[in-house]
Write a protein that binds this ligand. Structure first.
Ligand SMILES: Cc1cc2nc3c(=O)[nH]c(=O)nc-3n(C[C@H](O)[C@H](O)[C@H](O)COP(=O)(O)OP(=O)(O)OC[C@H]3O[C@@H](n4cnc5c(N)ncnc54)[C@H](O)[C@@H]3O)c2cc1C
Length: 401
């Protein structure tokens, strides 16, 4: 089902194409931010070099819920229809207590009000963003960056060896644990927030409620189900000292705490017991600065997100579009100034959303039973409007793209 719209090519082929561009850009990381940025630059006839450390056949990942923050970027790329075809509208959010009993159901349409919240697989999203085609080199990364005067010299490595090339701008879009960021910032410039929790993603079959997100907030676990077309993404997580037992043992532990007989919860627990082994620690990062000369950071490399507010990918796409528009107006000389302007525009928005995700994690990730019992009582009166107020403000006041 997943279509890969980007054409895998060798590094020398991409380096030959960028050489005569009026603005030579290297984008490190072909995730949601990197692909959005590269494709936007390509709409203007540029040939940004796009590399990703993963091989072409690597599994693209997990389910994503996307806020309408992404709509302007999708419009610019001309991929709105493909996006709607390959995603589902998420209209309802159901909250359950620590035993799996439904507490409340919220109408997301009226909550977000500024467009659709939609569920999509990450691989499908990448294919949608890249629908116009373009080049990518897999199994490649940047291992050295040196700046002097008006350019940045990069050392690029793929399985075949090393290449050296000059660029006007290098953009680190290589995610939360960005190795490109580590080439230009000191470790003290990158701080993080660790919830102490982590978990796994699995997949269950579609059920009768493809428009409903469902979360069970337990004492020492979170069991969430998030539909995409034709199936349901599942996340189960808990404190890392408990998840250390592995997905099957942890799922059995959760099963002992929730009542059986519910199609969604039973399917989710079965899916997670057999989930892949990729474990996601629930941590985030924040960079003290988003650029160093001609090297800029975007997406999770600039500010990485916990999944709790379902907004990291939306923010990454929005930021990549803002950066792309600014770079399209830049000259080689103005790149450092343009990267600073990008940071001034986006960083307050991104950090406000990140803070909202951190606050939600404190509400959701409760370990002790008394704390979960107290939260179950409070949850009956929980106003999602209030819990997501900072994000609602971001949706109401979007940047010009
Ligand atoms: C389980 C889970 C669920 C989530 N759910 C949601 C959700 O519902 N809604 C939402 O909006 N957000 C969600 N998020 C957060 C969201 O996925 C991220 O915020 C978003 O993907 C960030 O985009 P990015 O392009 O910066 O990074 P990524 O999408 O992580 O892409 C980074 C890319 O860089 C590549 N790379 C890494 N290192 C290197 C290197 N050294 N050299 C070259 N390439 C490299 C990687 O292979 C990858 O392709 C979730 C995250 C997780 C883990």
């Amino acid at each position: 089902m997943t279509g890969r719209a980007l054409r895998p090519v060798s590094l020398p082929e991409q380096l030959a194409a960028v050489r005569r561009d009026p603005l030579r850009v290297l984008v490190v990381g072909a995730g949601v931010a990197g692909v959005t940025l590269a494709q936007l630059l390509r709409t203007a006839g540029l040939h940004p070099v796009l590399v990703d450390r993963r091989t072409a056949d690597a599994a693209p990942g997990y389910m994503l819920g996307l806020m309408p923050l992404v709509d302007p970027a999708l419009r610019l790329l001309g991929v709105e229809d493909a996006y709607r075809e390959r995603s589902v509208p998420v209209r309802r959010y159901a909250l359950r207590d620590r035993t799996g009993r439904p507490v409340r159901e919220y109408d997301l349409g009226s909550l977000l009000a500024f467009g659709d919240y939609r569920g999509i697989e990450r691989g499908e999203l990448l294919a949608v963003l890249a629908a116009a085609g373009g080049a990518v080199t897999h199994g490649a990364t940047v291992t050295g960056l040196e700046q002097d005067g008006g350019r940045v010299r990069a050392v690029l490595a793929d399985g075949a060896g090393e290449e050296r090339a000059e660029f006007d701008a290098v953009i680190a879009a290589d995610g939360m644990h960005s190795a490109t960021r580590a080439l230009v910032l000191d470790s003290g410039q990158v701080t993080g927030f660790d919830t102490g929790w982590g978990g796994w993603v699995g997949w269950a079959g579609a059920d009768g409620a493809p428009d409903r997100y469902d979360e069970c907030w337990g004492a020492g676990f979170l069991l969430g189900t998030y539909p995409v077309p034709d199936r349901v993404g599942v996340f189960v997580g808990g404190p890392r000292r408990d998840t250390a037992a592995g997905p099957a043992a942890f799922a059995a532990r959760v099963r002992g705490q929730v009542r059986g007989g519910d199609v969604r919860l039973d399917g989710a627990l079965a899916a997670v017991a057999g989930a892949g082994t990729r474990f996601w620690p629930m941590t985030d990062v924040r960079s003290a600065t988003w650029s160093a000369g001609r090297v800029g950071l975007v997406g999770d490399a600039a500010a990485g997100f916990l999944p709790t507010a379902g907004i990291g990918a939306g923010m990454a796409i929005e930021s990549a579009a803002v950066l792309g528009r600014l770079l399209l107006q830049a000259t080689p000389d103005s790149v450092p100034e343009v990267l600073r302007r990008f940071e001034a525009r986006q960083r307050p928005r991104v950090e406000a959303a990140q803070q909202n995700s951190r606050l939600l994690s404190r509400l959701v990730f409760r370990t002790s039973r008394p704390a979960a019992v107290a939260r179950d009582l409070a949850a009956r009166f929980l106003s999602l409007d209030r819990a997501l107020a900072p994000i609602r403000r971001l949706l109401a006041d979007r940047p010009e793209i």
